[in-house]
Design a binder for this molecule. Structure first.
Ligand SMILES: [Zn+2]
Ligand SMILES: [Zn+2]
Length: 433
């Protein structure tokens, strides 16, 4: 028998963490240990103080999965299994998170360094022993470069934790391969888009390119506010793939992450094309920031820069002038959360220069959103589950997590109609399978 304890990431996106315990040996495996990025309440998953943990396995770099990992390295040394690219990215993301005082993080760079010493890099498909009768295998999840789903084998049971997954391939990464998994006893699956479908990726890519080309041909500028990890590089790759060779500037954290991807291009769908796409972009240099940004602000072409929802980062500065230009555009490429600057711009054509700006600026530039999501949509998720094989003697247990309460519960309901035993657990729930 195996115990599954949910520590966070239930009926929410944030603080993802699950503890898997062997009832035969008492050994514990921790899957992810993230923080909450939204809301003003508790940002941490449930504590694992006093619990002896044999190993940690990390699905991917995003802070909602990785952000609280260093806190576990205060007084202990626990082997952390992930891949090298994921570790290189979390180093950047966590150091950045530490700088943002708003996140009340209970660790420092010292613990992050200690974590690095305990880190073991696994290749996709390698079966790694944790303890007696306890194994993990990392599989490509198709979400962002380096992302994994984790197959856990414990006490004779096979449990798949999907992490975040994408079943449509993107320019940057291949999709998850549903045929890559053995017969399962239980599944823990993300539910981010369980209520919504995405349009086919190539349609969105073509529409994006058409719009960009119209603006640039008219000597306008296109600001693409994009998350620095994966989304910025996805946009770079799309532009290159469809033959865009005009001015293209890259700013903010997207630069550092692009350099790391360049060095670990074997994790990408098309390493050669990616390297060419990077070489096609002009990096805004820190050594001549003012000058480079001035050039970017006055040259017809494209600027890709975080933050993805215009909440901060260099993108905000670029937006200030672009909103006033009729022949320019702001094209966001990710979901815009309610009440963010990006969402207000999209819904109301308004851009607020600062918190003290009472009325905001009426944007005259073109404003559009392109759904370059890195998560499976609603039908994709159902199809993914249908294509998985379950052990005939199992109860086909499925745990729907990582989504709004409505997403998780609806997904579970839909799966139950198809004959599975699905549930959307709450934080602190423990199940035995
Ligand atoms: Zn993610
Ligand atoms: Zn996530």
């Amino acid at each position: 028998m195996v115990k599954i304890r949910f520590l966070g990431g239930c009926r929410e996106i944030g603080a993802s963490s699950i503890l898997i315990q062997s009832e035969e040996t008492g050994n514990n495996l921790l899957l992810d240990y993230g923080i909450r990025l939204q809301g003003n309440g508790n940002i941490l998953p449930l504590s694992v103080d006093g619990i002896e943990i044999s190993a940690i396995a990390l699905t991917h770099c995003h802070i909602d999965h990785s952000g609280n990992l260093p806190s576990l390295y205060k007084n202990r040394q626990i082997p952390l299994f992930t891949n090298e690219l994921t570790f290189r990215i979390i180093e950047v993301l966590i150091r950045d998170t530490l700088k943002i005082s708003k996140f009340k993080i209970k660790y420092s760079n010292q613990e992050l360094n200690k974590m690095g010493i305990s880190c073991y890099f696994l290749e996709y498909g390698t079966r790694q022993r944790i303890e007696n009768n306890f194994y993990i295998t990392l599989k490509d999840a198709g979400h962002v470069p380096g992302s994994c789903s984790i197959l856990v084998e414990v006490d004779g049971k096979k449990i798949l934790y999907t992490g975040d997954i994408n079943t449509q391939k993107t320019r940057l990464v291949n999709s998850i391969d549903v045929h890559d998994f053995p017969e399962l006893d239980a599944l823990i699956i993300e539910s981010t888009y369980a209520l919504r479908d995405h349009r086919p990726r190539d349609e969105i890519e073509k529409e994006f390119i058409e719009n960009v080309n119209i603006i640039v041909e008219d000597k306008g500028r296109v600001l693409v506010p994009a998350f620095g990890v994966a989304r910025s590089q996805e946009v770079l790759s799309v532009l290159y793939h469809y033959g865009y060779r005009g001015s293209l500037f890259l700013d903010g954290m997207a630069r550092k992450i692009s350099e790391i991807y360049f060095d670990y291009a074997e994790f990408l769908r098309n390493p050669r094309e990616f390297r060419r796409a990077i070489n096609n972009a002009t990096f805004i240099l820190n050594s001549r920031l003012k000058r480079d940004r001035k050039i970017a602000k006055t040259t017809p072409g494209i600027i890709i820069s975080p933050s993805g929802m215009l909440q901060g980062g260099p993108a905000r500065n670029y937006a200030r002038s672009i909103v006033l230009e009729k022949n320019s555009a702001i094209y966001s490429v990710g979901y815009q959360v309610e009440n963010t600057a990006g969402r207000i711009l999209l819904d109301d054509n308004l851009f607020f220069k600062s918190k003290n700006d009472p009325n905001g600026i009426d944007a005259v530039c073109d404003i559009k959103n392109f759904d370059f999501s890195s998560h499976a949509g609603s039908l994709d998720l159902l199809k993914f589950v249908d294509n998985l094989k379950f052990n005939e003697d199992s109860e086909k247990n499925i745990f729907c997590i990582h989504g709004s309460a409505e997403s998780c519960t609806t997904f579970a309901k839909n799966l139950n109609r198809k004959g599975y035993s699905a549930i959307s657990p709450e934080i602190g729930d423990v199940f035995t399978i």
